[in-house]
Structure formats: structure tokens, C-alpha cells
Design a protein around this ligand. Structure first.
Ligand code: FES
Length: 195
């Protein structure tokens, strides 16, 4: 787990800014409320919904999530900044997630990460200048028998060797799922699946 330090003094929100959460997104968040005893308990699903829709969680989006759930924006930010999965700044069209768990580590995961950093010219939680790739790590992708492994968006890449990186990055379909996308929220998205 890597903690992101956030300077809350930077969280300046223009009071005149138009809302970023669409009515459909607000309704989707509200559809989760009956499942929980408190509105706050729906915070993590709400963060997923908004990031899925907007790509990342801006301060404005966090403020509006707080309004929907009747909680202070700082509570939203605390949760969003706790999990590496949530991005509080824009991310690339494709996010590469390299496993740093022990099985992958033993079979070359650290070397794989180094090669990706070198090829992409970015560090963890950074994005390439063309906006194509962002890079991050996770503790275990539950694919230990295929170590070292990584995801590109939701597509799994198993047993990846450093020499495979060029081929994978050059493949335009490297993030295209070849199995149906699992639905995180127990129901089809109104606009169809998001890649
Ligand atoms: S340690 Fe890498 S998938 Fe489990």
C-alpha cells in the first residue's frame, strides 16, 4: 500500500463551476442507497461509478459525491486517496497495473516494472505526455500462478517477461477484453459496458 500525500490547501473549487456529475450518475449512486444502513456506506461504490464515468475523481466530483451522500467532501477525499485504485488526477486512456505481490516479485515483477517505467518514461501514478498510458502497482492481482502478471485496464497479461513489453505495448488491442466484462455494480450500465 502506498499512501498518497495530498495537500488539502490545494483543493480549491470554483463555486461557479458547473456540476460534473450527470443526472444519470447521481441516480446510479442513489440506486445503491437502499442496500446500506447509512448513505456514507455507499461511498466506495459511488467512487467507482464516478471514476468509471469521468476517468478520475476531481475535487469538484468529490464535492458533489459528498452532496449526494450527505457527507463532508473531506470524508470523500480521505477515502478516495486511501485506495490506489482511485485517481484524483487525470489518468491515461490505458492504465497498466503491475503486480508487486510476493509471487510476482520472486519471478521478475520488479524488473518488469523497471522496464515499463523505462519504455514509457514515467514513474508510478504518472501518465505519458500523449495521455495514452498511466502506470501503477497493486499488491496481488490474484493470478499468482501466472506470475509475473499485469493488467492493462481490465485485460490480464500473464507470465510477462521484460522482453514481452515492446510487443505488448505495440498491440493496439492490448486492453481489449476477450471475455465479457464483469459488472462491478450488479447490473448493466445504461450506456453499455465501458472498456
Ligand atoms: S503475487 Fe502477483 S498475482 Fe499474486
Amino acid at each position: 500500500m502506498s499512501w498518497q500525500a495530498i495537500d488539502r490547501n490545494e483543493a480549491v473549487i470554483d463555486p461557479q463551476a458547473p456540476p460534473v456529475l450527470s443526472e444519470a450518475v447521481r441516480k446510479r449512486i442513489e440506486s445503491f442507497l437502499p442496500r446500506y444502513e447509512t448513505k456514507q456506506a455507499a461511498l466506495v461504490p459511488a467512487l467507482h461509478i464516478v471514476q468509471d464515468e469521468l476517468g478520475h475523481l476531481s475535487y469538484q466530483a468529490m464535492k458533489e459525491i459528498g452532496e449526494v451522500l450527505d457527507i463532508h467532501p473531506s470524508v470523500v477525499m480521505d477515502t478516495a486517496s486511501f485506495y490506489t485504485h482511485f485517481w484524483t488526477h487525470p489518468k491515461g486512456r490505458k492504465v497498466i497495473t503491475v503486480c508487486r505481490g510476493i509471487s510476482c516479485e520472486l519471478l521478475g515483477g520488479a524488473k518488469l516494472l523497471d522496464v515499463l517505467k523505462e519504455k514509457l518514461g514515467i514513474d508510478e501514478h504518472e501518465t505519458t505526455p500523449d495521455g495514452e498510458y498511466s502506470l501503477m502497482t497493486e499488491e496481488c492481482l490474484a493470478l499468482c500462478d501466472h506470475a509475473p502478471c499485469m493488467l492493462i485496464n481490465e485485460k490480464v497479461h500473464k507470465c510477462v517477461r521484460p522482453e514481452d513489453v515492446d510487443r505488448i505495448l505495440a498491440d493496439p488491442n492490448n486492453a481489449t477484453l476477450d471475455i465479457p466484462r464483469s459488472d462491478l455494480f450488479d447490473g448493466p450500465h445504461e450506456d453499455g459496458p465501458h472498456e
